[in-house]
Design a protein around this ligand. Structure first.
Ligand SMILES: Cc1cc2nc3c(=O)[nH]c(=O)nc-3n(C[C@H](O)[C@H](O)[C@H](O)COP(=O)(O)O)c2cc1C
Length: 471
C-alpha cells in the first residue's frame, strides 16, 4: 500500500516513471515547459517530474503524477472496487464471488477512520508566499494552486465533499475558488447562503495518489470521496480534524484551513485551461486563508493542463474506463463509450450500441445526458457495435455513411453546459447536438433496404494471409 506522496514518488521511481530535475527551475512558466515537454514525448505514458530545486523556495514541486495511464491502472488494479465494477453482472445475477462479497462488505463499512490531529509533524507557515505555487501559462492572471483537494462539509447535514478546483492566488492570504456551479463544493456554498453562514474549507496539496484521483472521480454528490478511496485502497482512509475545519487525510503534505463567504465574489482568470484556451474571466467565490501547515519535508503537488494532451487526459480516460461498467449496467445495449481527449472530455462523447428496438440510440443519449458530469456533454454520437469508436477513421466513415442530417441530428437548446465552454452565449448554459449514427431500420421509418457493408469471407482472408507471408 502506498502510504503518502513521498512513497508514491519512490514507487514511480522504482518503475522508471519519475524524472528528477536537480538544476534550478523557476515556478513561473519553466516548470510548465518541462512538463509540456514530457507530455509531448509520450502522451498517456508520460513521466512524473520532481523539481528538487525551485528558485526561491525550499519545497520541491512534483508534476505529472498521473501522466501515465499505466500508473493509474496499477494503482487501481486488484482492488475490490475494480472487481466489483467489472462484475456488476455477477451481482445482478447473484453469482457472487468471495471477493465481490468482501468488496460489498467494504462498501458498507468504508467510513474513513478519524484520528487525533498530529500537528506536531507539521510546521506552521505564515502565508501562501512560502509555497512554490506555479504561474502556469504566460497570460494567466497570476499564480494558481492547480492540484488542491478542496474539502467542504454540507451545512445541512455535514456530508463531506472533495473536489479538485483550481485556486488563483489574489494575495498572500486570499485566493479564488473555482468550483463550477454543478460541483459538490459549489452546492455546499449554496447551502451556506441559505444557512446564512460562512463555509469552512480545508485544502490539501499533496496526499497519497488514490486520495487525489478519488477527488477527481465524478462520484454522485453526497458520496464521500474518502470512503471511495478507502474502498479502492482496501484500507480505510485515515483522516484528522483540526478544530472547525473539515477533516483532512493524515498523510497530507500541505494543509490550508480557511473559509469562503459564499456571497463574496471576485473575478477569476484568465487561466490556460485544459480546453487549450485561456478561460474567460468570470466571478467566483473567494477563499480566505486562516492557517497553513506543511510537513517537515513536504512535496508540493501541481498539475499542468493546456492544449491536449496533458495528465488530465490520462486521468479522465482512466477514470472513465474504470467507472464505465457502472454506466453500462444502466444501459445494457452499450458496447463501448469513449470521450476523446481532443473533445476536452465534456464536449464530445462517442457511444456504440447493439441496437435492439427502434429509437434506442436516442434512449441511450437521453439516459447519458442525465447522468452526473456526462450532462455537460455538448456533442454525443451513437454508433452501431461494428464501429470501433476509438478509431477516428472508423468514426468518420460511419458519420459519413449512416447519418442523414435532417433526420438524425437533434439540437437541444438551453441545457446545462460546462462552464469552461467559451462558445456558449452565457456561462454554463448551452445547446447539445445529438447524432444517431446507427443504421436505420424499417421500424424507424427507413423505407429502403439498408445496404450491407462489404467484406470478404473470413476463411478466404485467413488463407490469403498465410499465402501472403510466403510471397
Ligand atoms: C487538474 C484538474 C483541475 C481541475 N480543476 C477544476 C476546477 O478548477 N473547477 C472545477 O469545477 N473542476 C475542476 N476539475 C474537475 C473536478 O475536480 C471534478 O469534476 C470532480 O469530479 C469534482 O468533484 P465534485 O463532483 O465532488 O465536485 C479539475 C480536475 C483536474 C484533474
Amino acid at each position: 500500500m502506498i502510504k503518502d506522496l513521498a512513497d508514491y514518488l519512490n514507487y514511480l521511481n522504482s518503475r522508471g516513471r519519475l524524472r528528477k530535475v536537480s538544476g534550478a527551475v523557476s515556478p513561473e512558466l519553466e516548470i510548465t515547459a518541462y512538463t509540456d515537454r514530457a507530455d509531448r514525448e509520450r502522451p498517456y505514458d508520460s513521466k512524473a517530474l520532481l523539481f528538487q530545486n525551485v528558485e526561491g523556495y525550499d519545497i520541491p514541486v512534483a508534476t505529472n503524477l498521473f501522466g501515465s495511464v499505466s500508473s493509474l491502472n496499477e494503482l487501481f488494479e486488484n482492488t475490490y472496487a475494480r472487481e466489483m465494477l467489472s462484475n456488476l453482472n455477477a451481482i445482478k445475477t447473484q453469482r457472487m464471488r468471495p471477493s465481490i462479497i468482501k468488496g460489498g462488505k467494504m462498501l458498507m463499512d468504508a467510513k474513513p477512520k478519524l484520528v487525533e490531529p498530529q500537528l506536531s509533524r507539521y510546521r506552521k507557515l505564515g502565508s501562501l508566499d512560502e509555497l512554490p505555487i506555479l504561474k502556469v501559462w504566460p497570460k494567466d492572471a497570476g499564480k494558481f494552486i492547480t492540484l488542491p483537494l478542496v474539502i467542504t462539509e454540507s451545512p445541512k447535514d455535514g456530508t463531506p465533499n472533495i473536489g479538485i478546483y483550481r485556486m488563483q492566488v489574489f494575495d498572500s492570504l486570499t485566493t479564488g475558488m473555482h468550483w463550477q456551479a454543478q460541483k459538490g463544493g459549489a452546492i455546499h456554498a449554496k447551502e451556506a447562503i441559505d444557512a446564512k453562514k460562512n463555509l469552512n474549507v480545508s485544502v490539501v496539496v499533496g496526499t497519497d495518489p488514490i486520495n487525489i484521483v478519488s477527488a477527481v472521480a465524478p462520484l454522485p454528490v453526497g458520496f464521500n470521496e474518502f470512503s471511495f478511496s478507502g474502498i479502492v485502497r482496501g484500507a480505510k482512509t485515515v483522516l484528522m480534524k483540526n478544530g472547525k475545519y473539515p477533516a483532512v487525510p493524515a498523510n497530507a503534505e500541505i494543509i490550508i484551513n480557511g473559509h469562503v463567504d459564499p456571497n463574496e465574489k471576485r473575478v477569476e482568470g484568465p487561466f490556460g485551461d485544459h480546453t487549450g484556451y485561456y478561460s474567460i474571466p468570470e466571478e467566483y467565490p473567494v477563499f480566505h486563508v486562516d492557517a497553513i501547515y506543511a510537513k517537515k519535508n513536504p512535496v508540493y503537488a501541481a498539475s499542468v493542463v493546456g492544449y491536449p494532451w496533458h495528465e488530465d487526459a490520462a486521468i479522465g480516460q482512466f477514470l472513465f474506463d474504470f467507472l464505465k461498467p457502472l454506466i453500462k449496467s444502466m444501459n445494457e445495449s452499450i458496447v463501448d463509450i469513449y470521450l476523446p481527449p481532443e473533445g476536452i472530455f465534456t464536449n464530445m462523447c462517442f457511444v456504440s450500441i447493439k441496437k435492439r428496438f427502434p429509437g434506442e440510440a436516442k434512449k441511450v443519449m437521453f439516459s447519458l445526458l442525465g447522468l452526473g458530469q456526462l450532462s455537460f456533454t455538448k456533442m454525443m454520437v451513437v454508433f452501431d457495435d461494428d464501429i470501433n469508436i476509438r478509431n477516428i477513421r472508423n468514426v468518420i466513415w460511419a458519420l459519413a455513411t449512416r447519418v442523414e442530417p435532417q433526420r438524425d441530428v437533434q439540437i437541444i437548446t438551453n441545457a446545462t453546459a460546462d462552464s469552461l465552454d467559451h462558445t456558449t452565449n452565457v456561462p454554463a448554459l448551452g445547446s447539445k447536438m445529438l447524432i444517431d449514427a446507427t443504421r436505420k431500420t424499417k421500424e424507424e421509418g427507413y423505407t429502403r433496404e439498408w445496404p450491407e457493408t462489404i467484406a470478404l469471407p473470413d476463411e478466404l482472408v485467413k488463407s490469403v494471409e498465410k499465402k501472403w507471408q510466403n510471397l
